[in-house]
Ligand binder design. Structure first.
Ligand SMILES: CC(C)(COP(=O)(O)OP(=O)(O)OC[C@H]1O[C@@H](n2cnc3c(N)ncnc32)[C@H](O)[C@@H]1OP(=O)(O)O)[C@@H](O)C(=O)NCCC(=O)NCCS
Length: 140
C-alpha cells in the first residue's frame, strides 16, 4: 500500500535519487536547488509516496491562484505499472480541488509519447497552446 504524504527536508537525498533513477534530472536544472526552492516556497503540495519506509514516488505540485501545476512526477522503475502514478496524481488533484483550484496544467516534452498517453489515460487533454519560458536564474 503506497503511503502518500507531504515531503520534508529529510527526504532530500531519497527524492533526488528517485529523480535520477527516473531520468528527470537535466543539465539545466540543479535538483538540489529545485528541491530547496520548493521547500522555501512552501512544500504543502510537494508529495512523496512511501512503500515499506522507502520513497518510491514523488510529485511536486503547486498552485498560484489560477492554475495548479505538477512537476517531477516520478515512480521508481522497480514499482511502475502498479497504479502509483495514478494515485499520486489523484491525491494532488484532490488537494488542489480542496484549495479551490479550477484546473491543473503540466508540461511534457512532445517527444515523450508514453508519458502523454499516461496522462491521457487519467483524463488530461493536450491544450492548443505553446509553452514559452525564460530562464531568470541559471543553475549552472
Ligand atoms: C510516467 C510514470 C510516472 C507512470 O507511472 P506508473 O506508476 O507506472 O503509472 P500507473 O501505473 O499509475 O499508470 C496509470 C495508468 O496509465 C497507464 N499508463 C502507464 N504508463 C503508460 C505508458 N507508458 N503508456 C500508456 N499508458 C500508460 C496505465 O495503463 C494505467 O492505467 P490503468 O491502471 O487504467 O491500466 C512513470 O513511468 C515514470 O516515473 N516515468 C519516468 C518519469 C517521467 O517521465 N515522469 C513524467 C514527467 S512529465
Amino acid at each position: 500500500m503506497l503511503e502518500i504524504r507531504q515531503v520534508n527536508i529529510d527526504d532530500r537525498n531519497a527524492v533526488i535519487q528517485l529523480w535520477h533513477d527516473c531520468n528527470l534530472v537535466v543539465p539545466w536544472n540543479d535538483p538540489q536547488k529545485d528541491f530547496q526552492r520548493k521547500l522555501d516556497d512552501g512544500a504543502d503540495l510537494f508529495l512523496v509516496g512511501e512503500l515499506d519506509g522507502c520513497i518510491v514516488a514523488s510529485v511536486m505540485g503547486g498552485y498560484e491562484g489560477h492554475r495548479g501545476w505538477a512537476n517531477y512526477l516520478a515512480i521508481s522503475p522497480d514499482h511502475q505499472h502498479r497504479g502509483f502514478a495514478k494515485s499520486m496524481m489523484a491525491e494532488l488533484e484532490n488537494q488542489l480541488k480542496a484549495l479551490g483550484c479550477p484546473k491543473i496544467n503540466l508540461l511534457v516534452r512532445n517527444t515523450n509519447i508514453d508519458v502523454i498517453e499516461f496522462y491521457q489515460s487519467l483524463g488530461y487533454t493536450v491544450d492548443a497552446s505553446v509553452s514559452l519560458g525564460k530562464r531568470l536564474i541559471p543553475d549552472n
